[in-house]
Design a protein around this ligand. Structure first.
Ligand code: FDP
Length: 344
C-alpha cells in the first residue's frame, strides 16, 4: 500500500492529500540531492558564509532543500503560511495558491553530518489555519496541541517517511526507488520497544544542572544494562528511539540555556510523533511540562527536550521529584535559575 492509498483509507480531504503529496514529492527530490551530493559538488558551506536566523551556518544543501519544500508546498495550493527553519520570517502564500494549512518545516535537519554521509532528514508539522482574520503572529505562535499531522523523512541507507496522523497512529513508509512511491511497511508503537539506549551529547555534561546530571548518571552506573548512542542528527536518533525504544535528550546547559533544538521545526513535530506512538515528550528543565504545551513567543525559539519511552521519561520525573524535595544545599552545585523560564 502506498501513502495515497492509506490517506484514502483514512478519508482525508483532497486538500490535505495534495499537501502530503507535496511533502512526498519534496522527499523524493531531496533524496536525489543527498545521494548525488559529492558528485554534484553541493557539499560544504555557502560561499557567502550565511547564517540562518537560528545562528547556524547555512550549507548549500540547506538552501536548495528549502527551495524544494517551498516550491512544492506552494504549488499544492493547500498552504496559507510556511515556516521554515531556513527563513527569517513566515512566508505568506500568495492568494492565487493559498489553502488552509500552516506547515512548519526544517528542510534538512542534521546537516552538519551531511558531508560525511550520515543519515539526515526533513521534519514537518501541519496545523489547520482556522482563523485567517487573526494576525500572522497569533496564527503561528500556538501550542503544539493543534498539530493534525507531523512527520519526517530520513535519508539514510534507505529513504523512509514516518508520519503521525492525530488519533490514527504513526506510520512508516519506505521509498521504492524503482516506482518512486513511499510504501507502507507498518505502524510504529514505542510501547513494545524495550532496547536499553540513552541518547544525549555527553560532551556537555560538565555544564548540566543536577536534574539532568543525576538522570544520566543512573544510566552509567557499573551495573547498568544501558548503552549510549548519539548520531548527532535528530531524525536518525529519533528514528532509532521509535524503532528500538529508549530516550533522546537535548537538555539545556550553562552555555545553551534553552537547549539547541527549535520548538516549531524540531521539538513540536517529534513530540507529536512520539506521543502518538505511545511515548512521552517533556521539557525537562526542572519541569515535567509537555513540550506540546509550550506557547512559543517567536518562530525560531528553542527549548530543551526529553522524549522517548514512558518508563525512561518517568525515571527523570522521579529524580526531579526527589531534587525538588531535597534541593542541593548551595555549595556551588545549583546553577539552575528556576525563575528563568523557556527563553529565546
Ligand atoms: P545539526 O546542527 O547538524 O543541524 O538541529 C540541530 C542538530 O543538528 C540536530 O539534528 C542534532 O540532534 C543536534 O543538532 C546535534 O547537536 P550537537 O552537535 O550539539 O550534538
Amino acid at each position: 500500500m502506498n501513502l495515497k492509498v492509506l490517506l484514502d483509507e483514512f478519508q482525508y480531504e483532497p486538500e490535505f492529500v495534495r499537501l502530503l503529496s507535496a511533502i512526498e514529492q519534496s522527499g523524493i527530490e531531496i533524496e536525489r540531492l543527498v545521494e548525488r551530493l559529492a558528485l554534484d559538488e553541493n557539499t560544504g558551506q555557502l560561499e557567502s558564509g550565511n547564517q540562518n536566523t537560528s545562528g547556524d551556518d547555512q550549507k548549500i544543501l540547506d538552501v536548495l532543500t528549502n527551495d524544494i519544500m517551498v516550491e512544492n508546498l506552494t504549488n499544492s495550493c493547500s498552504c496559507s503560511l510556511l515556516l521554515s527553519e531556513e527563513e527569517d520570517n513566515a512566508t505568506i502564500v500568495d492568494t492565487s495558491h493559498s489553502g488552509n494549512y500552516i506547515v512548519a518545516f526544517d528542510p534538512l535537519d542534521g546537516s552538519s553530518n551531511i558531508d560525511c554521509n550520515c543519515g539526515v532528514g526533513t521534519i514537518f508539522s501541519i496545523t489547520l489555519d482556522n482563523d485567517k482574520t487573526e494576525s500572522v503572529e497569533n496564527r503561528v505562535l500556538r501550542n503544539g496541541n493543534d498539530i493534525v499531522c507531523a512527520g519526517y523523512i530520513l535519508y539514510g541507507g534507505s529513504t523512509e517517511l514516518v508520519i503521525a496522523f492525530k488519533g490514527k497512529g504513526v506510520h512508516q513508509f519506505v521509498l521504492d526507488k524503482q516506482t518512486n512511491e513511499f510504501i507502507h511497511v507498518g505502524a510504529l508503537d514505542i510501547t513494545d520497544k524495550k532496547k536499553k539506549i540513552y541518547s544525549v551529547n555527553e560532551s556537555n555534561s560538565n555544564r548540566w544542572d543536577e536534574d539532568i546530571a543525576q538522570y544520566i548518571r543512573q544510566y552509567r552506573v557499573k551495573e547498568s544494562k544501558y548503552t549510549q548512542r548519539w548520531i548527532g542528527s535528530m531524525v536518525s536518533d529519533i528514528h532509532r528511539t521509535l524503532l528500538y525504544g529508549g530516550m533522546f535528550c537535548y537538555p539545556w546547559d550553562e552555555r545553551n540555556v534553552n537547549g539547541k533544538l527549535r520548538i516549531l521545526y524540531e521539538c513540536f513535530p517529534m513530540a507529536m510523533i512520539v506521543e502518538e506512538a505511545g511515548g512521552k515528550a517533556i521539557i525537562a528543565k526542572m519541569s515535567k511540562e509537555r513540550v506540546l504545551d509550550i506557547v512559543p513567543s517567536h518562530i525560531h525559539q528553542r527549548t530543551p527536550v526529553l522524549l522517548g519511552s514512558v518508563e525512561e521519561i518517568e525515571k527523570y520525573e522521579k529524580i526531579l521529584d526527589n531534587i525538588l524535595k531535597n534541593p542541593p544545599n548551595g555549595n556551588g552545585k545549583w546553577i539552575f535559575d528556576r525563575n528563568n523560564g523557556i527563553g529565546s
